[in-house]
Design a protein around this ligand. Structure first.
Ligand code: NDP
Length: 444
């Protein structure tokens, strides 16, 4: 039995009740298969066994008081998965679906994503099953302060630097940082996504979406194409989706649909991003209201039917497993040619295989949405130097990083006999970087 098979056999047994983590680990290990026959030293070093267990997983109580004076209690998590390449880096998610399995899957993926950026950052993820929706600013602040009152013990500019993710934006980062500073008395770069007035970086807000646009542009250009004249469907209308849409439009594409967790809008004239930003970023309203502003736009209930719309490029930017086999089959039969994952693991394993079998160019999240974490690392550099770069300087560095990632995954895929299979390319390139660092550091 091969080394990968031996490890795969034990994954379920050793991670009972963690389906998301098992899914992510299986996907990565399956695509690394060809490398292990060639490198027996990995098995000798028990590299896979080590890489599959987090260096540390912290679970903590987060009590807080709501506006009615009622005491509420949530669970907090920080999974510090791998620090071989650099200090732990990865977002914090506040969402009712957060549990240990989701945290481990996200932190595991983050290791390889961060490895791909070429920057010195390890992999982590954190969060809570707290639902920020419908909470007042005061309640959000109270929750963030309680969350940081425990987390501050485990983070630092050279140990672990969290960022935002679903449910954690600039407001939450501000409250979390304020509490860190109060507890420690140190104005350190321990969180990225900070406001521009206290150590933040230009382009961080736009980075993940812009990065997705840039890397897809690389993939298109490599095939003699461009966004010009292409219809693009984008799921979600949060941070990633909005700035992916902005970059797609700047690069000449037409975004015809966006969504939120209640349903999707279809605007054949091309989505007016200014209206989406006003609704979602300023008024914090539902995407359905867009249809009331535009005569030709329609709102449809339910999320997954967004993939029934014919398009050239599909960019799932909402959440994990939002694009299943049926949706993949519909997209393929409607002529989609490119899929770029803005969200983490939005495509199920089966749907991924459908796309690959059909010859669709699929850019996996670990490469395609790495612009966010890469710009976070640029924020860390600026914070250490105490010298901010301009919007243009950061944007140029982001473009170069995304081009570098595209070259990296394209070369890794081709060199290992899987030309154009960027799932393999990203997993192999990310893994090679992390494994080299782990091997060099001995059995730790
Ligand atoms: P946000 O919370 O800003 O936005 C998420 C969006 O997805 C919201 O519009 C939400 O709608 C919508 N949504 C949630 N579930 C569904 C669903 N089942 N179908 C359709 N829409 C849905 O999160 P982000 O944009 O920051 O993150 C999106 C994804 O990108 C996540 O997977 C995240 O991990 C990943 N990512 C984010 C990065 C970042 O820099 N922000 C970096 C790298 C990855 P509603 O408002 O109704 O909940």
């Amino acid at each position: 039995m091969s080394y990968v098979d031996k490890v795969l056999e034990k994954i379920e047994e050793k991670n009972r009740g963690e389906p998301e983590f098992i899914q992510a680990a299986t996907e990565i290990l399956e695509s690394l298969r060809p490398m292990f026959g060639l490198n027996p030293e990995y098995e000798k070093a028990a590299l896979l066994e080590r890489i599959l267990i987090p260096e540390r997983a912290i679970i903590f109580r987060v009590p807080w008081v709501d506006d009615e004076g009622k005491i509420r209690v949530h669970k907090g998590f920080r999974v510090q998965f791998n620090s071989a390449v650099g200090p732990y880096k990865g977002g914090i998610r506040f969402h009712p679906s957060v549990n240990l399995s989701v945290m481990k899957f996200l932190a595991f993926e983050q290791i390889f994503k961060n490895g791909l950026t070429g920057l010195s950052i390890g992999g982590a993820k954190g969060g809570s099953n707290f639902n920020p929706k419908g909470k007042s600013d005061n309640e959000i602040m109270s929750f963030c302060q309680s969350f940081m009152s425990e987390l501050y013990k485990y983070i630092g500019p050279d140990t672990d630097v969290p960022a935002g993710d679903i449910g954690v934006g600039g407001r939450e980062i501000g409250y979390l940082f304020g509490q860190y500073k109060k507890l420690t008395g140190i104005h350190a770069g321990v969180l990225t996504g900070a406001g521009l007035d206290f150590g933040g970086s230009y382009v961080r807000t736009e980075a993940t979406g812009y990065g997705l646009g840039y890397i897809m542009d690389n993939a298109l250009k490599a095939r003699g194409e461009s966004f010009e004249g292409k219809d693009v469907v984008i799921s979600g209308s949060g941070n990633v989706a909005i700035y992916a849409a902005e970059k797609v439009e700047q690069l000449g594409g037409k975004v015809i649909s966006m969504s939120d967790s209640s349903g999707y809008i279809h605007d054949p004239d091309g989505i007016s991003l200014a209206d989406v930003k006003q609704l979602k970023e300023v008024e914090r309203k539902r995407i359905s209201e867009y249809a009331e502003l535009k005569p030709n736009a329609e709102f449809y209930c339910g999320c997954s039917d967004i993939w029934n719309l014919p398009c050239d490029v599909a960019l799932p930017c909402a959440t994990q497993n939002e694009l299943d086999t049926k949706s993949a089959e519909t997209l393929i039969s409607n002529g989609v040619k490119y899929v770029g994952e803005g969200a983490n693991m939005p495509t199920t394993l089966e749907a991924t295989n459908k796309f690959l079998d059909a010859g669709i160019i699929l850019l996996p999240g670990k490469a395609a949405n790495a612009g966010g974490v890469a710009t976070s690392a640029l924020e860390m550099s600026q914070r250490s130097m105490r010298i901010p770069w301009t919007f243009e300087e950061v944007d140029k560095k982001l473009q170069d990083i995304m081009s570098g990632i595209y070259k990296n995954i394209d070369t890794a895929a081709a060199e290992h006999g899987f030309k154009d299979n960027y799932i393999r390319g990203a997993n192999i390139a990310g893994f090679l970087k992390v494994s080299r660092a782990m091997m060099a550091q001995g059995v730790v």
